[in-house]
Design a protein around this ligand. Structure first.
Ligand code: BGC
Length: 480
């Protein structure tokens, strides 16, 4: 486990081609009021184990596999493999204007928040989302960070009257960087490897905060990075800012990962001073786990949905003439089948799966698919989504077990409410995935324990969390 020396004193109470023009979206004020809350519901267990489409065979969660995954997740959570930063979250009372930069996929987000202390919390909030031109995802480090710094600078220029920087102060920023990093301090960390389609020369082994800071200097932007966080850690911080019962944050999007709050004395590798709160945050980087204990299929080296579904369909087209005598050439094309397309096919409830058929035609150019081929495609979507959701549920269960929150107290004491903050498009937009995840988690926990566990959508929480952590590590913190 990589340890980070610095303790978080505060918070939170709670593929190369021509570049399309970046899309922008600006939403204000705060979206914080929106997050929905999903309590585990036993009824969903039943609904997830049978297909919604009449005529398809009911699909059941394979409990043996879930149990195996559960043992694996608990093992991982308890032993090796965690790569992370140790941080503690105490409650504090941040005030002022702080920025965040959230980089973790094909879009990045720039955010500013005006914090009003314990009482007012987030007074104003604004953000902009910017698409990264594909050629910059495979270019040089300098090109990428210069692009980001330029966008950040133009965002800073639009700072309005709702935001106040005290005279003589430098703007400060929390940097959410959602790639595997060896964190060397609260505001520095070296990139271990790029993921999520990024392949950029010259960043691996470099301090990503230094890279960003140099780009801001080149841009003439006077801003200091005071916190470097993973999106899971940012989501956890943002989640706890509004709800003290949040114990873990999970991201299920282009990448996946989890972070949780651990008792510092339960971390054998921690040799530093114990934090005041007694708590630390562990960034698990659970997407990087590989283990003999977890059954792996031929498709697992391409661990994301569209690749797995596309490869299975391709194999079926080759080996079983799924789409007739000709194998659609588009099936060989990487990234052609996106998760939203898979989700749309998977949620087709028409009796003849006509929407699924239309998708196969649009995306793969396969006209006139047989009803059987459409049902098989649906079944593949079902299996792949259900397997992924079950693994994610097993991972969450592993965390709860590690924290002793997987059971009702045997001494008769009151049940503790436990909240998991969840973010990422897969969880937010893929209903069948979400339903299966919640149902499997409820199943693993059992009815009684599940009744005190809440899975909460923490939409956009990582940016706010990063701003909070930037505030708690402000260079001016001791002045106040
Ligand atoms: C990265 C993690 C990140 C996760 C979710 C993974 O690919 O390695 O650091 O937390 O994606 O964004």
């Amino acid at each position: 486990m990589a340890a980070e020396g610095s303790e978080l004193r505060s918070p939170p109470a709670t593929a190369a081609a021509a570049a399309p023009p970046p899309k922008r979206r600006k939403i204000e004020p705060s979206r914080r009021d929106r997050p929905s809350q999903v309590a585990l519901d036993r009824d969903k267990v039943a609904s997830s184990s049978s297909s919604l489409v009449s005529g398809t065979p009911p699909l059941r969660v394979d409990l043996n596999k879930v149990r195996e995954a559960k043992r694996y997740a608990v093992f991982q959570a308890q032993h090796e493999g965690c790569l992370g930063s140790y941080k503690s979250f105490d409650s504090s009372d941040e005030h002022g204007l702080f920025y965040a930069l959230d980089l973790g996929g094909t879009n990045f987000r720039v955010i500013r928040v005006q914090l009003g202390g314990r009482e007012k919390r987030v007074v104003s909030q604004q953000y902009e989302e910017v698409a990264i031109p594909p050629h910059l995802m495979v270019g040089t480090s300098m090109e990428l960070f210069d692009f980001i710094a330029a966008e950040l600078e133009s965002f800073v220029k639009t700072e309005g009257e709702d935001f106040h920087l005290p005279e003589g102060r430098q703007r400060e920023l929390g940097f959410t960087f959602s790639f595997p990093v060896h964190q060397t301090s609260i505001s520095s960390g070296t990139l271990i490897k790029w993921t999520k389609g990024f392949s950029i020369n010259g960043t691996v082994g470099e301090d990503v905060v230094a890279e960003l800071s140099r780009a801001m200097e080149r841009q003439g932007l006077d801003m200091k990075v005071t916190a470097l966080v993973n999106d899971t850690v940012g989501t956890l911080a943002g989640g706890r800012y509004v709800d003290n019962d949040v114990v873990a944050a999970v991201i299920l999007g282009t990448g996946t990962n989890a972070a949780y709050v651990e008792h510092a004395n339960a971390i054998p590798k921690w040799t530093g001073l114990l934090p005041r709160s007694g708590n630390m945050v562990i960034n698990m980087e659970w997407g990087n786990f590989k283990s003999e204990r977890l059954p792996r299929s031929d498709y697992d080296n391409a661990l994301d949905f569209e690749k797995i579904v596309r490869r299975i369909l391709l194999k079926l087209a080759h080996d079983a003439s799924l789409f007739g005598d000709v194998v659609p050439t588009k099936l060989e094309q990487r990234f052609i089948l996106r998760t939203p397309d898979m989700s749309a096919m998977h949620h087709d409830t028409s009796h003849d799966l006509k929407h699924l058929g239309a998708k196969l035609k649009d995306i793969l150019g396969v006209a006139d698919t047989s009803l059987e081929a459409r049902y098989i495609t649906l079944h593949v979507c079902d299996l792949v989504a259900e397997r992924g959701a079950s693994l994610a549920a097993a991972g969450i269960y592993g965390i709860l077990k590690k924290l002793g929150r997987d059971k009702v107290p045997s001494d008769g004491s009151q049940k503790q409410r436990t909240v998991i903050a969840l973010d990422g498009g897969l969880y937010e937009h893929y209903k069948k995935f979400r339903t299966c995840l919640e149902a499997t988690l409820a199943d693993l926990l059992g009815e009684e324990a599940a009744s005190s566990v809440v899975v909460k959508l923490a939409n956009d929480g990582s940016g706010i969390g990063a701003a909070l952590l930037a505030a708690s590590h402000s260079q001016y913190a001791s002045v106040e």
